[in-house]
Design a protein around this ligand. Structure first.
Ligand code: ADP
Ligand code: MG
Length: 400
């Protein structure tokens, strides 16, 4: 599925392009058409699955279609950090649309309270608010909610855990009854169902379950410095007579470099990335299936569509960007009842990301140091996060 399948307006498509989203995530694919059709939804999906854009995109589109009429959408979130993050995503996705938004949260000075008041009375299109601060404004009586069409509760489970349920009830009391309500949550405990029942009207429930790695896959991870990855790859390929190996890289550039490096070592390797034309890619695939090529190096994007049985070894040359991608990649080996091996190369900078993946798939994967002839390798210390970008930018690194 592509974003263009949703018939979004041109300025919104430009925003998607600018922000670098190429295709919708699973929750976006399912939620967007429902919201555009004015259905209430409960969206349950793990952190990092793209829930923000799942509601922002159809809401921005709806505002574009309706024109600016005042406050159209209210997003309630548990923390100020999340409010700011969502506000930034409106700015990115809505950059070319003229849709305006404002984050409203506690702990700011009187000047900002005045600015918030102005936005709430003169009508920003989208307001993202923490409950307490919003109630402070609502109690003063100037917030114009007459044109509100969307109420979105994001991270609903966390809001209830933080004791916001009465606040939410109070806020909802101010809102028009005829509206769309969208509830997003990473988990679905009974109290969330109760809340949904009280606030939503015949909701469509969307559940994106994260699949677990297949049973037959033996998983291990190597702790290496970035510069040791090629040497380790050569070592592993020469240690056993393997004839069906797929190596995933995160960027087209590393595909090219790795292919060249392996060829130099006399390994029968082919590569597919979006740099190559379709015909060339198909030829490489056929050669790989026929075992004329023993090793295939690929970017994830290209690898999505391939279906090859009996891959003996899958290597994540870079740590995949999220758990779903990890599970998907290693699912290339050990299909059906067969067994297979999946190795992941983890550089120092990638340790924390890999740790996050382990949390999500609920498995701890064995860590192995690189063989000594490659020199000393890094210690394992995933809690150490070197000067990194904030969470919401992490998934966009590299050109895929
Ligand atoms: P969630 O709310 O489910 O935890 P987010 O909405 O915060 O997830 O999105 C997680 C990350 O994925 C963000 O960095 C976001 O920019 C990115 N992202 C979301 N949708 C897409 C997409 N369609 N393509 C690429 N990246 C995306
Ligand atoms: Mg979220």
């Amino acid at each position: 599925m592509k974003f263009s399948d949703f018939n979004f307006s041109e300025p919104l498509m430009q925003g998607l392009d600018a922000i670098g989203f190429e295709k919708p995530t699973a929750i976006q694919e399912q939620a967007i058409p429902q919201v555009l059709n004015k259905k209430d939804i409960i969206g349950c999906a793990q952190t990092g699955t793209g829930k923000t854009a799942a509601f922002l995109l159809p809401v921005i589109e709806d505002i574009l279609r309706h024109g600016h009429v005042g406050l159209a959408a209210l997003v309630i979130v548990p923390t100020r950090e999340l409010a700011i993050q969502i506000d930034q995503q409106v700015e990115g996705l809505g950059y070319f649309t003229g849709v305006t938004s404002l984050a409203i949260y506690g702990g700011k000075d009187g000047v900002s309270f005045g600015q918030e008041k102005q936005a709430l009375t003169e009508g920003a299109d989208i307001v993202i608010a923490t409950p307490g601060r919003l109630i402070a404004h609502l109690n003063l009586g100037y917030v114009n909610l007459g044109k509100l069409r969307f109420l979105i509760l994001d991270e609903a489970d966390r809001m209830l855990d933080m004791g916001f349920s009465e606040d939410i009830e109070m806020i909802v009391g101010y809102l028009p009854e005829k509206r769309n309500t969208l509830l997003f949550s990473a988990t679905m405990p009974p109290k969330i169902r109760k809340l949904a029942k009280a606030l939503l009207n015949d909701p469509e429930e969307i559940n994106i379950a994260l699949s677990k790695p297949a049973e037959g896959v033996v998983q291990a991870a190597f702790l290496v410095y970035e510069a040791q990855k090629l040497g380790l790859m050569v070592h592993l390929l020469k240690a056993r007579p393997l004839t069906s190996v797929i190596i995933f890289c995160s960027t087209r550039k590393s595909v090219t470099v790795l292919e060249r490096g392996l060829k130099k070592e006399g390994i029968k390797v082919g590569a597919i990335s979006s740099d190559l034309d379709q015909q060339h890619r198909e030829e490489v695939m056929i050669q790989f299936k026929n075992a004329e090529l023993h090793v295939l190096v690929a970017t994830n994007i290209v690898a999505r569509g391939i279906d090859i049985v009996g891959v003996e070894l899958v290597v994540n040359y870079d740590v995949p960007r999220d758990a779903e991608e990890y599970v998907h990649r290693i699912g290339r080996t050990a299909r059906a009842d067969a067994t297979g091996i999946a190795f992941t190369f983890i550089s120092e900078e990638e340790q924390r990301d890999f740790h996050d993946i382990e949390q999500l798939i609920g498995m701890e994967i064995k860590k192995i140091k690189a063989p000594s002839h490659l020199g000393p390798s890094p210690d394992y210390n995933p809690q150490k996060r070197s000067a990194r970008k904030p969470q919401h930018f992490r998934k966009q690194r590299g050109k895929r």
